[in-house]
Design a protein around this ligand. Sequence first.
Ligand code: CUA
Length: 188
Amino acid sequence: MPQPASESPSHSDVAARAERRWAIVMLGIIALLVAMVVFTGLHWAMMPPSRVETVDPATLQLSGEFTEANLGSAVEPDGSVTVRIVGQQYSFTPQCIVVPAGTPVTFRVTSADVIHGLMIMGTNINSMIEPGFISTFKTTFDKPGDHQMPCHEFCGTGHQAMWANVKVVEPSAFTQLADHARRLTCDL
Ligand code: CUA
């Protein structure tokens, strides 16, 4: 016995309409995702996320901000401190960094060879150090003390021996040191 003719077509009509509706929704979702991919691709290609600063790793030691004489802590005109560090297989230069407590400190760090990591223990400073790029981070150390600063990115056979120290001193002690040198490290 065949199905009643009056019900069957209307059921399949309903099903077809529902399928079409969902097909349109699906196509809409796909179109939206493609549009997002195209937009973010073009947009971020023109405007990279955050601030990207580049530097030529081949000429770090020869000229510019990361020459050896310019590494270490520098007092800025506004009283804040900028620390410049170069990482290389398998050490940081300088080996011991001195900064004042309670003062805004900006770290500017790059690599002379491969990718390294920089982490100052007891703080939330944790960054990759990449050749060709300058990693920048700002912090204020609450109180005097010593922090270890290991390289936390495997960078070769000497990786586990790559680390430096950060010595946080009283602002007055730092000011005394700063009177005697343009760039400070623990050795001064
Ligand atoms: Cu440098 Cu690990």
